[in-house]
Design a protein around this ligand. Structure first.
Ligand code: NAP
Length: 289
């Protein structure tokens, strides 16, 4: 049994990123530019409102202007498209973040196609996803996969040549993460719900990223004593408490390093979104002195 599992917490990673963001915001302010984002929220889902509050709080701490456009759940495609196109044209808005999934009557793909990729700080437009798959970092990659990469880099976990197993293949987490890891020269295996004996794959990897959305699904048998485990999962454990995809209590002490069920990757995600907002602002105002 390893003497102690290193706890990979997100807070120092986020703080490190924030220092850099603050310096860049100051530089922009020196040019009379205030980075600003528009959050587009359709409906009033509790999770969305909670995340929105956290984004706005972080905006004000970092000197970024956060605005919200709240729309009713029965908003039409035309109305939502107009909101996105107005934000595209508004020079005082540098980043747009739209909560998803949208209600079923709205065509999310079509809306994302309308969004200016240069303002897509959440990294979900086809142009930005294509860049992630091309290994081109001039665009914006989705925030959660980027948060995983920042976490690994902050803790000096080598990626080049490492075997990384990614459990989950969604377009929001698993797939783009696999591409970002490839860019870092890791050897990546993607697992999913049809993978046979996933534990035999993950337990051989140097690094395992869990992103399957199944409460405490991955126990000891999925890892080895040398595993570095990044748990992206955010689930209800059945008693109203948040838990990851990894069975934290059973795995702690059995692996080399592990993220906690709260205070892990999720802590970094909002900071990445705001780093993207500053990057968007820098690019969009590059010709202003
Ligand atoms: P998702 O769209 O539901 O995708 C889940 C993926 O896991 C799918 O690819 C699915 O495989 C795979 N999967 C499901 N059950 C499996 C099993 N038993 N064995 C192996 N693979 C399995 O979820 P997501 O949006 O990627 O999110 C994943 C988790 O991350 C969720 O808990 C979510 O709450 C969390 N999350 C966290 C953050 C953050 O900032 N911390 C952000 C986004 C998401 P198939 O493709 O075969 O169906």
């Amino acid at each position: 049994m390893p003497a102690e599992t290193v706890k990979l917490t997100g807070k120092p990673v986020a703080e490190h990123l924030r220092e850099n963001i603050k310096e860049r915001v100051e530089r922009l302010k020196g040019k009379n530019i205030v980075p600003a984002i528009l959050i587009v929220r359709v409906g009033n889902k509790e999770d969305d409102v909670f995340y929105e509050r956290s984004i706005l709080k972080n905006c004000s701490l970092l000197g970024i202007q956060g605005r919200v456009k709240e729309l009713s759940t029965n908003v039409s495609m035309e109305e939502l498209t107009e909101v996105i196109e107005d934000a595209n044209d508004d020079e005082s808005i540098h980043g747009i973040m739209m909560f998803r999934p949208l209600p079923k009557h709205l065509d999310e793909k079509k809306i994302l196609e309308k969004m200016n990729p240069k303002k897509d700080i959440d990294g979900m437009t086809p142009v930005n996803l294509e860049k992630v798959f091309e290994g081109d970092d001039s665009g914006f990659s989705p925030c959660t996969p980027s948060a995983v990469i920042e976490m690994l880099k902050y803790y000096d976990i080598p990626l080049e040549g490492s075997n990384v197993a990614v459990a989950g293949r969604s377009l929001v987490v698993g797939k783009p993460l696999a591409m970002l890891l490839l860019k870092e020269n890791a050897t990546v295996t993607i697992c999913h719900s049809k993978t046979k004996n996933m534990g035999s794959v993950t337990s051989k990897a140097d690094i395992v990223v869990a992103a399957i959305g199944k409460a405490k699904f991955m126990g000891r048998e999925y890892f080895s004593q040398s595993s570095i485990v990044i748990d992206v999962g955010v689930n209800d454990d059945g008693t109203g408490k948040i838990c990851g995809d990894v069975d934290y209590d059973k795995v702690l002490g059995q692996v080399k390093a592990l993220t906690p069920p709260t205070g892990g990757v999720g802590t970094i995600t909002t900071t990445i979104l705001l780093e993207h907002a500053v990057k968007a602002c820098e690019i969009l105002t590059a010709n202003r002195h």
